[in-house]
Design a protein around this ligand. Structure first.
Ligand code: SF4
Ligand code: SF4
Length: 198
């Protein structure tokens, strides 16, 4: 995503969540999920010459005006990424929200529930994700779609229950270690999708 998508006046400040939480697996820079980049200290040691994947990356907080100042990833514990995903055989743009803070606290936050409620009704594709142990892929599950819209129409309390169910499901799933690929220009696989059975 280029600068045209960035919310004017919003900057990363002291946040370095995208240098720690996601997988970066590019010929120019690699790190496993949940592990600090080797260039990461109090800030990026090579900021002026940081590689292209770092220059090009903006988390969802940098691009979505609806996420206010409190939702900066290091402050909120919510790391959002807008990226392509395949859902029911179609490639779509989806928002993956990785809860790198305390999941119970985040999903009991009224503003977070309200954001999810609004965007389910807007038919945004949304995944909820939990990080694995360092070096393991986060796990994510889809929390939007027709069934979620029906629930959301009943009110935010039902969306909160949906979030609780998703967190319980993700916690029950075994994480998978990530092996760096080191080659090519493919987009890194940085979360694994699991489906909640009906
Ligand atoms: S996670 Fe977002 S706010 Fe934080 S450093 Fe990365 S792009 Fe900036
Ligand atoms: S090179 Fe710098 S900006 Fe890129 S992940 Fe490492 S610390 Fe972050």
């Amino acid at each position: 995503m280029g600068n045209a998508w960035v919310v004017p006046g919003r900057d990363c400040g002291d946040c370095m969540v995208c240098c720690i939480v996601p997988t970066i697996d590019d010929p120019d820079i690699q790190k496993k999920p949940g592990m600090h980049c080797r260039h990461c200290e109090t800030g990026c040691k090579i900021y002026e010459s940081r590689p292209k994947p770092c220059r090009d990356f903006y988390c969802a907080w940098r691009m979505l005006p609806a996420l206010g100042p409190d939702w900066r990833p290091d402050l909120s514990g919510v790391f959002g990424v807008l990226d392509k995903a395949v859902i029911e055989g179609k490639t779509v743009v989806a928002l993956t929200l990785t809860l790198n803070g305390d999941p119970a606290k985040i999903i009991s936050n009224g503003a977070f529930v309200s954001f999810i409620h609004t965007n389910i009704l807007e038919n945004l594709h949304i995944f909820l994700a939990l990080p694995g142990p360092p070096g393991h892929l986060p796990l994510r599950t889809l929390i939007s779609g027709p069934g979620a819209v029906t629930l959301a129409r009943r009110g935010e309390a039902h969306v909160r229950l949906l979030l609780e169910k998703a967190v319980m499901f993700l916690k029950s799933q075994p994480p998978r270690p990530y092996e760096l690929r080191h080659g090519g220009n493919e987009t890194s696989e940085w979360a694994e999708t699991r489906s909640i059975s009906a």
